[in-house]
Ligand binder design. Sequence first.
Ligand SMILES: [Zn+2]
Length: 418
Amino acid sequence: MQSSDAEPIVRIRDLKKNSVNFVLQNVDLSFANSFRRVMMADIPTVAIDMVEIETNTTVLPDEFIAHRLGMIPLVSTLCDEAMRYTRDCTCEVRCQFCAIELRLDVACHEANKTMFVTSNMLEVVPTTRPGPFHSFDPEETGEELTKRVENFGHPIGKDDPDVPPILICKIRMGQELKIRCIAKKGIAKEHAKWSPCSAVAFEYDPYNKLRHTSYWYEYDARNEWPLSDNAKEEDPPRDDEPFDYNAKPTKFYLEVETDGSLGAQEVVQKGLQELQTKLANLILGLKPEPPENDAFQSGGGALTGQPNGHEPPAAGGGWGVPPGGGGASSWSPTRAGGGATGGWGGSPARTAGGATGAWGSSPTSGGGGGGWGSPSTAPWGVAPTGGAGGSGGAGGWGSPAAQGWGSPSAQANGWNVG
Ligand SMILES: [Zn+2]
């Protein structure tokens, strides 16, 4: 635990429109990896999801072309707010809130010339609305439409001479392609075409001091495996250094490269937001009692609601409630002295006297007791290093003196063990 007290640090080494290279320090390996995976697979974008082929006399079969169309990145800036999932929409089949319609209508009429059909020939048209109500209701407005950038849903780089268009197929005289595409909002967990990232490079421990990697080699691993550039950031191992089997990685090197549908900055920020939402929902799901207002039903409530539903949040950062500026971060509850009763918000444990710490809050006085919001800076209340073991504080699930989740005397039960 060499740096469990340190705040997370992000150092940006290079930032471009579609890529960012940064070093992430003082976080757990599990966090760094979750962050990587969320950026790759959980950020919504727009991609062509349905293709109606009216005419295809090219050499490529319909499904081949449909697949290629799906892989074309479409401008998806602020996609989460600017578009609905069709499954959440009130329309019958599709509408302007949950679908973008693109048309492709090309034919080659010139002899002895190969025509390149590219993503620049895809035109965004007003979304048709199938079903009994064919036309749009002009009264119908949604805030989604106001959040869209001008070229939302267009193929990336369309009409930008600096960006080469994406080739869909090549046609010769007499061949034709007439297509209607429906683009939908989605995430890459469902299909990789919705991933905003073309690559996320992730490395830690370039000298393999932790021995998380076993190198295959002929004679000498050090000669046969060249070091990465990130090795310059770390001290080389000494030959007489004993293996530290307790060491944990604390420095992670990431490079996020997007396909252009989203900017690199948006991917990183949205990735953190998604991860926070996931954890907040996990905490809510683990609660013993349902809250009075179901935060799952109220959209962002999972992030903005009180950590426990019952108790007003105490000073300090709750899990999903970043305090306004400065102070405790939502990731690491501040070490504000030994808390009194730790415990799960709704539990009657607070009747046992003393200040009651709700989840993620920072009790500022009292005896021992740790729980979810324990003084430990480690996530999940592991390894309390603060005031655990003090007297007076009761913890647990309602029994004042019993050992339990938030029990001050707990040594070996549950999540609170150091
Ligand atoms: Zn709809």
